[in-house]
Write a protein that binds this ligand. Sequence first.
Ligand SMILES: [Zn+2]
Ligand SMILES: [Zn+2]
Length: 213
Amino acid sequence: MSLRYLTLPVTAFQQNCSIVWCDETLDAAVIDPGGDLPRVQDAVRQHGLTLKAIWLTHAHIDHAGGTGQLARELGLPIIGPHPGDQFWIDGLAQQSQMFGFPPAEPFTPTRWLADGDTVQIGRQTLAVRHCPGHTPGHVVFHSAAIQRAFVGDVLFAGGVGRSDFPGGDHATLINSITQRLWPMGDDTVFIPGHGPESTFGHERRSNPYVQGT
Ligand SMILES: [Zn+2]
Ligand SMILES: [Zn+2]
C-alpha cells in the first residue's frame, strides 16, 4: 500500500505536472495542472484513477493555468497554495497574456495551506511545508512514506528558483531550502517544477547555489 505518482511536463514551459495516487483506492490528486489538460486527463484514465483534488505549489501561470477549468469541469476542490500567492492568482489573466498562454479561468482556492498542514489522498497523507522565496505563498508536498517531495520552483537539479519576480527574495528562498527541505533527509528524491528529479543529498553536495548548506 503506498503512494504512487507520475510526472507529465506540460505547457511551453515544460512544467512538471504530477499525478499522485493511493494504490489502494486509486484516488488521485493532480499537482500543478498548468495546462495541456487533455493529456493530464488521458494519463488519469490510462491508470484507472479517479481525480479527487487539485493541489497547487504556487500560482505562476505554468503551474496554475489549467486549475480553474479543471476544477469547474470535474467539480474538484482546489487545495493551496498559501495565501501569500493571492496576488499571483489575481494576476493570472495578465500572466497568460504576458507569456502567451491560453486565457486562464479565474479560481478561488477551496482550502488555503499553511506550514505544518497535511493533505490526504486515498489512505495516503503528505505534509505541507511553506517555502517562500520564489513566490511568497509557495508550498511543497512531502511524502515521508515514499521519501518524495514535490517542490515546485523552490529547488531544481543544479539550480534554485528565480527570486526576481514581485514578492520574491533570494535569502528567503535559501532559508526555505535549508530549513524546510533539508530536514526531509538527504535520501529524499524531489520532483522539481522543471527538469529532472534529484535528491536533497546530491544537491547539498553539488548544487552551486546551496552547496555545503
Ligand atoms: Zn514559478
Ligand atoms: Zn515554473
